[in-house]
Each structure stands twice: as C-alpha cells, then as structure tokens.
Design a protein around this ligand. Structure first.
Ligand code: PAF
Length: 286
C-alpha cells in the first residue's frame, strides 16, 4: 500500500494506477471503525484501485467544535486500510491542502441550512469545499460515502451535479452495532450511561418507520413521535428530529415518495446523528 502525503505524489500514483482500470476514492477523517472499512470493502468490489484519504478538515469544524480533540490514530488507520485491501492512502497535512487561507468555497445553498446546518452554519461549506478539492486532486472515477451522513451525501450529490464532476457517487448503508447505534468516530466520547442512552436515536427512527408502515403520513406526527422519545431520555439533549423530502431536503407536510427521517442529539461531549430513508408507495420499504 502506497502512502502519499503530497498532492504531487497521489497524482503520480493515480496516473499510473489508472492503467489498471477505474479508481475509487473513499474520503475520510480517519479513526477508522467498521463503517469506514465497509466503504473501503465496497470500493474494492468494483474498483481495481482504491484510494482512501485521511484528512481532518479544519474548514468543517466550528470555532467551538472538536477539531483539536477529534480522535486521530494514523498508524492504526494505515494498518486497517492495508488489511481492507486499500491500494493507496492520501494523508496530507493542513498546509498541503490549504497552503493559503481559502478564498474560494463551495456552498450548496439551502440544503446546507436545514438539519445539522442550523447548529453548524459553516460545516457543509467546509465539507463541500474539501471534497471538491479531493475530487480535483485524486480525480476518482467513483467516490464512496456513508448513508449515515445523509445530509452530507445529498449535498455532495448536488455539488457533483452542479459542478459536472466526472465521477459516480456510491452511497453505502449505515453500519450499526448490534443494539442499533450507528458507528461513528465520536462514539468514543460516550461514557457507559451515554452509550446506552444513545441507542434512543435508532429506536426513535425505528418507531417512526413503524408508524409510517401503519399508515401515518403526517410530518408533524412523525416528528413528534421521535422528539418525544429522544426528549424522554434524560442524558440526551435533542438537536432535531425531522422529516424532509429526498433528494432535495425540502420541508414536507404529507409524507409521500422518498423521505428522510433524521435525528441529532448531544450525549455529553458527543453530538451524534442518525437517519433512515423511507420509500412510501405501493411497496412501502425503508
Ligand atoms: O464524512 C467525513 O468523514 C467528512 O465529512 C469528509 C467527507 C471526509 C470530508 O472531510
């Protein structure tokens, strides 16, 4: 496995690798868990060359957020990537990615104002900007993102479309612990009590899906159900429990077509998110 720290090195590597066929990129901020490894394995199924980027992107953290404390374990990550069959890791430092304070940002308007965008106002601008840079640097044919970050995924989809990036995006289903908790690098911040309480996110989504399966179509009723469950958990500080349309993340009153059920709450230091997609139609499934 090749480890590249500079843009010149990864470009040179990808230039050679392209002779073997298509190149897949898995953008990450490191501190791998099984969710990341699943992205890499999915990429390896269809791409003869898999590149993983590891870069904790300062641009997507707010001034009071956990950029400095964000968990980092580069040596362990490299060993795991090697085991997962990754061909190259692009691991730049901040000066390599941002030699100058950026003067140009990629912002997907409106979609970045809902859900997490309300409490993290510049987060998605930071994500879209760094992902656009990674796409320009690595020039992948395919890129793999987790469905767990549903809003990020829809924003990147829209960016790819609006800016004509010549690549295919693949969404990979959320990987969960046996009790339903979505895997996240920030789960490491949870103490025992918070870890148990955090399962309320998935439980609330599951209950909401059940209600929809039983015929509930009112957006407010579904949101109330999820809000009620999360607020009843004493350790949880609810951020949102929302139902929005897909793919545009628009507000809706009556549930139809594909809808996103999304929740976010704080458990101590950990701000966690989760979501499910429900497809409403003749054949109701999620
Ligand atoms: O999902 C993440 O880990 C990050 O937001 C991403 C896509 C790697 C951009 O920094």
């Amino acid at each position: 496995m090749e480890v590249c720290q500079t843009i010149a090195e990864i470009r040179k590597y990808v230039g050679r690798a392209r002779e073997r066929g298509i190149v897949g990129l898995v953008p990450t901020m490191g501190f791998f868990h099984d969710g990341h490894l699943t992205l890499m394995r999915e990429a390896a199924k269809v791409c003869p060359t898999v590149v993983v980027s590891i870069f904790v992107n300062p641009l997507q953290f707010g001034p009071t957020e956990d950029f400095r404390d964000y968990p980092r374990q580069p040596e362990r990550d490299l060993a795991l990537a090697r085991e997962a069959g990754v061909h190259a890791v692009f691991m730049p430092d901040t000066a390599e990615m941002y030699p100058l304070p950026p003067a140009l940002f990629v912002q997907v308007e409106r979609m970045d104002e809902v859900l997490c965008g309300r409490s993290r106002p510049s987060h998605f601008r930071g994500v879209a900007t760094v992902v656009a840079k990674l796409f320009n640097v690595v020039a992948p044919d395919m890129a793999f993102f987790g469905q767990k970050d549903a809003q990020q995924l829809q924003i990147i989809r829209r960016m790819v479309r609006d800016l004509n990036f010549n690549l295919e995006l693949r969404a990979v289903p959320t990987v969960r612990d046996s009790d339903g908790l979505a895997l996240s690098s920030r789960n490491v911040y949870l103490d025992e009590k918070q870890r148990v309480a955090a399962t309320v996110l998935f439980r609330s989504l599951d209950r909401a899906q059940e209600a929809i399966r039983s015929g509930e179509r009112n957006r407010e009723a579904v949101e109330k159900l999820m809000t009620g469950m999360i607020s009843a958990e004493s350790v949880a500080q609810l951020d949102y429990a929302s139902v929005l349309s897909l793919p545009d993340l628009d507000p809706i009153e009556h549930l139809e077509g594909s809808v996103l059920l999304a929740v976010a709450a704080r458990f101590g230091r950990a701000r966690l998110i989760d979501n499910v997609i429900v497809k409403i139609g003749s054949d109701l499934k999620s």
